[in-house]
Design a protein around this ligand. Sequence first.
Ligand SMILES: *Cc1c(COP(=O)(O)O)cnc(C)c1O
Length: 237
Amino acid sequence: MIEQQKQQRLSENWQAVQQKVREVAINSGRAEDSVQIIGVSKYVDAETTLALVKAGCRQLGESRPQLMWQKTEELTFDQPVTWHMIGHLQRNKVRRLLRSKPLIHSVDSQRILAAIAEHASTQGLIVDVLLEVNVSADEGKTGFLPESLEAVLDSLPAAGVRVKGLMAMAGWGTSRDAARTHFDKTRELRDRLSQSSGQALPELSMGMSGDFPEAIRAGATMVRIGSILFEGLIDQR
Ligand SMILES: *Cc1c(COP(=O)(O)O)cnc(C)c1O
């Protein structure tokens, strides 16, 4: 069992993050429940992941498929939990990953999209996905280039996947101002694509511990928060 002190700290951190997310949403003229918090559990073991769920978090994000499926097999939650795949995904990991029934934020190529659609169809599933966009067109970053997305949306696999929106990262070491610019561009891109494709694309996954207020102000519907949830529990780099 996780010690009570640790559980207590985690609960306080979760409450504080929730409070801050609500506050920023309200201050930017949005509904207080318009932003989902994905608790990024990639930093912690199964036991601490369970403690995070006990603290109230129902959406868990992992960036490595192996960790997601290990935790899915190891843990029994007393509340329904939704998994979110937020890291780069390889085709040979897809079949097993789908057992966790995740929302996949990190679809960054046509090949991986086709692989997800194929495995989902075989398993009789429809998988919700987001298209990851490299909005700053940074060579070192993963994701579709903004100008390629219209074609992607025009030629989606016939079955197995449902595109719910876009995911973007401002990137490590980006200033808050630059992050805000990236997030605004992502929202505008979503609006344009939604128009041109006739698909709703309601979700915008953007913002992490260091820049989630900027992301919410720019329209994020999902923020992916790790480090600040585990303050006081694990060594922070
Ligand atoms: C690790 C990670 C996060 C969480 O980052 P923090 O700064 O720890 O909140 C969010 N998104 C992705 C894609 C990640 O890999």
